[in-house]
Each structure stands twice: as structure tokens, then as C-alpha cells.
Write a protein that binds this ligand. Structure first.
Ligand code: CO8
Length: 375
């Protein structure tokens, strides 16, 4: 197997952000209006009142304080509670293509790669804005890249699955370098009227360049020592939006085709799965968990990350060892671990070891073990 490297990463962050206080205020106005409008039914016991949300709960249960979104006004409007995104013509780049191109340009610049150096584009994310033509093919064209492109979706684990696919392609010679991008528009699919989950997600896009040693020109890179993926079926996180929705009898209610989860079950079941995945992966690579300099974990819940990091490292992690970005980005699905990697790697020394790790719906989990290389 040829040695493979992550030679550049990029990040697109939307310009608008919503604080917990703003989000809770909007939800509580909606819930209060609902309870007032249905007061008679609630009084008669025919309907349950909607409970109010709270910023204190959100911070304590998840660690999230704010999130970036493509459109703030639509999400916060209690009459609407989802983004307003102007419809684009077929001659304009799609929104996901635009986000992907912004993140990709930064990754390519950091890797010192032009479009002529890249042979494949992967768009890997939880929600694609259309089934075809593949968003990846549009991104490929927008950047002037040759070769081939395709989309893939493994929910929050899409990026690590994308990195393994890229590593496989460059190490077996089907591409010299691969651009892997994660345009996540989670606000488009989140039920902002559901108190249990309205605070969870944000929007962002990340990009990663994977290439072989013989093409590497960047002075700083990460050697990929190994990748490992795992899946195990679970109904605890579901997205039932799909092309058969219109055929179903009886039809589903609009909120039944949005994101939903059993958060507590996910927490309990995914932590041991991820801990085992990372520890076994390191053991198979003859590496000691205690020697890890950094864990770039999926960013869904601060308590979950601290528990996983503690079980992997065998001690309480410092913020330096397991950096947190979910406080300001919330859960950006597949982009989360890559945002952490992108923002927190410059201080690593030659030879330092780290793990990029994702986990989420499916269940799915991925581990990418890397070593810092300064040339
Ligand atoms: N304000 C106040 N109280 C609340 C609120 C709120 N907003 N929400 C819930 N409560 C109440 C509950 O009703 C409950 O009350 P009671 O005890 O009286 O029943 C109490 O607070 C505790 O509720 P929970 O048990 O739900 O609270 P948890 O401590 O479990 O925290 C979390 C909830 C934060 C959701 C937590 O369970 C969690 O983070 N779990 C892990 C989830 C996770 O990692 N999921 C991965 C999903 S991502 C993925 O893979 C799919 C990507 C798809 C992207 C899609 C884009 C939309």
C-alpha cells in the first residue's frame, strides 16, 4: 500500500449565527402561542400543552451555546421556523456546490494543489439537496477538476467514510489526489418545533485533500496510518424523507419526514461502540492510546465526547487533547470532527499522533489515525 496523506483542509462557516437565547425565545413564543390557541382542548385534557425550552438545559445537556446557519430570520420566525433559501435556477451553482467550492479552495490552497492535480471529488454528507446530477459532479465542474466524482451519505460519519474511500483510491492508484467535501445544511432538515432536538444542529462545510507521498508538496501534512469503519443497524436516529414519501398511504405528517432521534439511547449505545472502535484500531496499528496527542471527535454532545475521550485515554481529557467546537457550531453532522481537526492542528509537532473520529446515524462510526509530518 502506498503511503497516503491529508495535505490540506478547508472550512466554510455561514455568516449568520443563532444563540441559544434567540432560539429558545423563538421556540417559546411558538409554544406559548400554540398553548393559547388550544387552551380549551388543553383545559379539557384532550391535548397536552407544549412544554417550554430553556438555554440552561441546552448547555447542560449538550454543551451547545450557538450555531451557524445559512438563514437566521426564517428559523427564528415563530410562524415559519425553517430557513428561507432563495430558489436558484439550473444555471446557477447549487447551495451545496457553493459551500463545497469555498471549503475546497482553502483545502486545495493549503495542500498546494491545483485542479489539474486532483482526479476525484467526493461529496460526503447527511443530506443532499437532490439525488442527481450528483452534487459532487457539479463541484468537480465548478473547480475544473478532471476524473470522476460521486456523492455518498453515511450521516454524521460521512467524512470518515469519505476519507477511507479517498485513501483507498489514492493508495490503489485510481486517483493521484482526492478532494472530499462535507456541505452540511442541517437547518434544512431539523424540526425547530421539536423541543427535544431544536437546538442540536448547525450548518457548515469542510473539505479534505488526500494524496500519495509521491505527489506531496505541502511542508506540513498528516500521514494516514490507518482507517477503520463500522456500522450497526439502529432505528434510534432516523430521517424518513425520501422519494417514496409521495406514494405512501396513509401519507406521513410533515414532521415525520424530519430528523428525529432517541437521544438518550444513542448516547448510551454509541459511546461503547466508539470507544471499542478506537481502542481496537490503535491496538491493531501497534499504537498506545496513552501516546495520542489529540482526539478530533464528532461534535454532537460535550458530555459524550468527554466520556469517550476518558475511556480511550484512560484519564480525564484536557480541552487541548479533545478540542470542542460544538459550543459555537453545534452538531454540524459529518463536518464536525473535520472542523475540530481543521481548527486545532497547527500546534502539533513532527510525529504527534491523533485520531479523527465520527459517529452517528446508522449507527455508523469511523476512525482515521494520523501522524503529523513536518518536512
Ligand atoms: N429544554 C428544557 N427541557 C428539555 C428540553 C429543552 N429543550 N429538551 C428536553 N427536555 C427535558 C426532557 O423532556 C426531559 O424531561 P423529563 O426528565 O421530565 O422527561 C429532560 O429534559 C431530559 O431529556 P433527555 O433525556 O432528552 O435529555 P438528555 O440528557 O439525554 O440530552 C440530548 C438530550 C442532548 C439530545 C442527548 O441525549 C444527546 O446529545 N444524545 C446523543 C445524540 C447524538 O449524538 N446523536 C447523533 C445524531 S446526529 C446524526 O447521526 C444524524 C445526522 C443527521 C443530520 C441531520 C440534520 C438535521
Amino acid at each position: 500500500m502506498a503511503r497516503t496523506y491529508i495535505s490540506g483542509t478547508g472550512l466554510f462557516t455561514p455568516s449568520e449565527s443563532i444563540s441559544n437565547e434567540e432560539l429558545v425565545d423563538s421556540y417559546n413564543r411558538y409554544a406559548t402561542d400554540y398553548n393559547t390557541a388550544h387552551a380549551a382542548d388543553i383545559e379539557a385534557g384532550r391535548l397536552e400543552p407544549l412544554p417550554l425550552s430553556s438555554s440552561e438545559f441546552i448547555v447542560k445537556a449538550s454543551g451547545i451555546r450557538s450555531r451557524y446557519v445559512l438563514n437566521k430570520s426564517g428559523v427564528l420566525d415563530p410562524e415559519r421556523m425553517y430557513p428561507v433559501l432563495p430558489r436558484r435556477s439550473e444555471d446557477e451553482p447549487s447551495i451545496q456546490c457553493e459551500m463545497a467550492v469555498a471549503a475546497a479552495r482553502e483545502a486545495m490552497q493549503r495542500a498546494g494543489k491545483g485542479p489539474e492535480d486532483i482526479d476525484a471529488v467526493l461529496v460526503a454528507c447527511s443530506n443532499l439537496q437532490r439525488p442527481y446530477p450528483a452534487v459532487a459532479v457539479e463541484v468537480q465542474q465548478a473547480l475544473g477538476i478532471g476524473g470522476f466524482a460521486f456523492d455518498l451519505n453515511v450521516a454524521c460519519s460521512s467524512a470518515t467514510f469519505g476519507i477511507q474511500t479517498a485513501v483507498d483510491a489514492v493508495s490503489n492508484g485510481s486517483a493521484r489526489a482526492v478532494l472530499m467535501v462535507n456541505p452540511e445544511i442541517c437547518s434544512g432538515h431539523l424540526n425547530f418545533r421539536d423541543r427535544d432536538s431544536h437546538f442540536i444542529f448547525g450548518d457548515a462545510c469542510t473539505a479534505v485533500i488526500v494524496e500519495r507521498e509521491d505527489t506531496l508538496t505541502a511542508p506540513k501534512a498528516f500521514e494516514v496510518l490507518g482507517t477503520r469503519l463500522q456500522t450497526k443497524f439502529s432505528n434510534n436516529i432516523r430521517n424518513d424523507f425520501g422519494f417514496l414519501n409521495r406514494t405512501e398511504e396513509p401519507p406521513r405528517a410533515p414532521n415525520e419526514i424530519l430528523f428525529r432521534q432517541q437521544g438518550r439511547k444513542v448516547f448510551k449505545e454509541v459511546v461503547p461502540l466508539v470507544q471499542e472502535l478506537i481502542l481496537q484500531h490503535l491496538a491493531d496499528l501497534d499504537l498506545e492510546a496513552g501516546n495520542l496527542r489529540r482526539l478530533w471527535l464528532h461534535q454532537a454532545n460535550i458530555n459524550m465526547n468527554q466520556l469517550i475521550a476518558r475511556r480511550v485515554l484512560g484519564r480525564d481529557p484536557s480541552e487541548d487533547e479533545a478540542p470542542v467546537i460544538l459550543d459555537r457550531y453545534a452538531n454540524t453532522s459529518s463536518a464536525g470532527s473535520v472542523i475540530a481537526f481543521h481548527l486545532y492542528h497547527e500546534d502539533l509537532s513532527d510525529g504527534d499522533l491523533g485520531v479523527i473520529c465520527s459517529f452517528g446515524a446508522g449507527y455508523s462510526a469511523g476512525s482515521v489515525v494520523v501522524r503529523r509530518v513536518l518536512r
